[in-house]
Write a protein that binds this ligand. Structure first.
Ligand code: PRT
Ligand code: MG
Length: 214
């Protein structure tokens, strides 16, 4: 493909990337929420969007199937970002990675006692680093979704998950007890594409950087 391919996930990343693309003169010609198409043409004949799962965006860009993409720091840290440029923190899809526990569980005391905690998460690598840095012993249990259920069903003592409004934790009687890191999404760029398609890519990167900095 001679033009430019941009990998985006549906939902909040797509929604929040729209104004940034608009600044670069790129407008999708279809809405991925209602269209079943996975390749979406744009107002620019040389630019197309491919709609991917959020966790797959780095893979498409790494292999050059997409030149650009948008991915959360959670995804980049958990799945690796080898071979990717991350030139711009877009400051979108912001949230916090938190440790949360069921109300009534004395997390601080368990940690002080040196108890071995069972922690469920989709983000086992991030969680492992977090607890290792604090010297807390944990057994990590990998899940692929609905982390909030794990402590309620007796699978784990605590979870590591993303929190934005806090309403999901609240609805499940969970309390955030530790901040692991702030999360936002970054533009990711295929390294070879940046060299081979520099003329086409640079104006897009500049236009996006200019609106993000405003
Ligand atoms: O949903 P799906 O399984 O398809 O994939 P995904 O969850 O990886 O994608 P998506 O589109 O939901 O998230 C894409 C990116 O958005 C993530 O990689 C994060 O960087 C970022 N982001 C920002 C969030 C949130 N905020 C967020 N609140 N991703 C997920 N959540 C979830 C969270 O896991 C929890 O279940 O929302 C719930 C909590 O939200 P509150 O508002 O109740 O606190
Ligand atoms: Mg989701």
């Amino acid at each position: 493909m001679n033009g430019i391919t941009i990998a985006l996930s549906k939902g909040r990343i797509f929604e929040e990337t729209l104004p940034l693309l608009a600044a670069a003169g790129i407008e999708p010609l279809e809405d991925p929420e209602t269209s079943r198409k996975l390749i979406i043409p744009t107002s620019r004949a040389d630019v197309r969007l491919v709609i991917v799962r959020a966790t797959d965006a780095p893979t498409y860009v790494q292999y050059g199937a997409a030149d650009l993409g948008v991915a959360g720091k959670d995804v980049l840290l958990e799945h690796g970002s080898e071979g990717l440029y991350q030139p711009i923190d877009l400051r979108i899809a912001k949230c916090r990675m938190m440790v949360a526990i069921p109300a009534g569980f004395d997390y601080g005391n368990a940690v002080r006692q040196g108890a071995r905690l069972k922690v469920a998460s989709k983000y086992v690598n991030i969680a492992r680093q977090h607890f290792a840095a604090k010297g807390v012993h944990v057994d990590l249990i990998k899940l692929y979704g609905s982390m909030e259920l794990a402590p309620l069903a007796g699978l784990a003592d605590a979870i590591v998950d993303l929190v934005s409004t806090g309403s999901t934790l609240k609805a499940n009687n969970l309390i955030a007890v530790e901040h692991v890191m702030d999360i936002s999404s970054s533009l990711i760029v295929n390294q070879a594409a940046l060299k081979l398609k520099r003329e086409a890519l640079e104006p897009i990167l500049d236009a996006i950087a200019a609106v993000v900095d405003r």
